[in-house]
Design a protein around this ligand. Structure first.
Ligand SMILES: Nc1nc2c(ncn2[C@@H]2O[C@H](COP(=O)(O)OP(=O)(O)O)[C@@H](O)[C@H]2O)c(=O)[nH]1
Ligand SMILES: [Mg+2]
Length: 359
């Protein structure tokens, strides 16, 4: 899974990217043109606990890939704009970073913050990009003599329905499609059907005051578009993340930030993208694996290795909560919480699994 960071120039995308991935890409003026990719560890207290119990040689957290995509500028060449749009298109989900913080330096380059304007402009940009694609596809379908008539007609009717929705400013993610319509659309990807999150980038003072200009309108807009929102202090959090751990907690506490921006973003993404984690444990490694919620045991095994999927016999499962409560695997077993599950078993968030297989 790859999440694209998008938004206007100067919003703090690269700052957030650095915070999330521990990178040191240049921010501000030197930010330049490049797309950066990197991955972030998904913080998970359960993994910390498992690690303290099993004392493994290696502890592996789940990871999320992030991609820092520069914002398009007015004077962009068409080629650059379309290349950036392709980068946006290939992400699985998007986080729109919104500039709310006050900074003389940033204002001197990009003008006063206008978060609500940026938010609705960006939404419109995504809509227009989808409208553009749909119009081109419809035109191509209508002028393609090779396609069977009824097939082309069904496709065209569907695309026109989507176009109409977009023209009345509905996102494609809000449109219910029948199974048949989904099949007709297979392989086509649209920007407004991607999960879209909002990261409101505020400064320390706004964080302390819990308020900033335009907050109510921003929240109302996000709610109407079904966009989950987090507020972050990208710059401050990045500075804090470079401190020694002891100092770090003190600063976070002082700002009343119980959970890091990464932690909150990761939780939001897991929830919205319907993801969950299961764990494997042992002396060698304690590890988190990310799956779609309710993935069948055999497909979950495929995450680890195709041999385990192929030779799947049974999954031996117990739940993290039991281990956490009872303190050791033997006690969990004694209490009767170990289960053997078959290949169709829908794996639950927090399951600790050992797969039995033969190859
Ligand atoms: N004061 C303040 N400045 C920030 C914050 N986030 C980013 N900046 C500054 O804003 C400028 C643009 O940030 P950058 O991450 O490069 O934005 P991008 O163009 O969206 O990638 C840089 O000078 C950052 O130091 C923030 O939360 N507070
Ligand atoms: Mg940048």
């Amino acid at each position: 899974m790859q999440i694209g960071l998008v938004g206007m120039p100067g919003a703090g995308k690269t700052t957030l990217f650095n915070l999330l991935t521990g990178s040191t890409q240049t921010v501000g003026l030197g930010g330049g043109d490049e797309v950066h990719t990197g991955s972030a560890i998904v913080p998970d207290r359960r993994i910390d606990f498992l690690s303290s119990i099993y004392n493994p040689r290696k502890t592996t957290y789940a990871r999320i890939e992030f991609k820092d995509i520069p914002g398009a500028r007015m004077d962009d060449s068409r080629a650059r704009a379309s290349r950036l749009l392709d980068e946006v298109r290939s992400a699985d989900a998007l986080v729109q970073v919104l500039r709310v913080f006050n900074s003389d330096l940033v204002e001197s380059l990009h003008g006063e913050p206008d978060p609500y304007g940026d938010l609705s402009d960006y939404g419109t940009e995504l809509l227009l990009a989808d409208i553009d694609i749909l119009e081109k596809r419809i035109e191509r379908l209508e002028n393609n003599p090779k396609l069977k008539k009824d097939e082309a007609a069904a496709q065209t009717a569907l695309l026109k329905k989507l176009l109409e929705a977009l023209e009345s400013e509905k996102l494609l993610s809000s449109i219910e499609l029948t199974e048949n319509e989904k099949k007709l659309l297979a392989g086509q990807s649209f920007l407004t059907e991607k999960p879209l999150f909002l990261a409101v980038n505020i400064d320390e003072q706004q964080l302390r005051e819990k308020s900033y200009p335009g907050k109510d309108r921003i929240m109302a807009y996000a709610a109407a578009k079904n966009m989950p929102v987090i507020e972050i202090c990208a710059q401050v959090e990045m500075e804090i993340s470079r401190l020694q751990p002891e100092e770090r907690d003190e600063f976070l506490e002082d700002l009343n930030l119980q959970e890091s921006g990464l932690g909150r973003l990761a939780r939001m993404a897991y929830e919205r993208l319907n993801l969950s984690s299961f764990f494997t444990v042992g002396e060698d490694e304690v590890r988190a694996w990310t799956i779609q919620k309710n993935t069948a045991a055999r497909q979950a095994a495929a995450k680890i290795h195709s041999d385990i999927e192929r030779g799947f016999i049974r999954a031996e499962v117990f739940h993290y909560d039991h281990l956490h409560r009872l303190g050791s695997a033997p006690r969990v077993r004694e209490a009767g919480h170990f289960r053997l599950e078959g290949k169709e078993y829908p794996v639950q968030d927090g399951d600790i699994i050992s797969f039995r297989f033969n190859v």
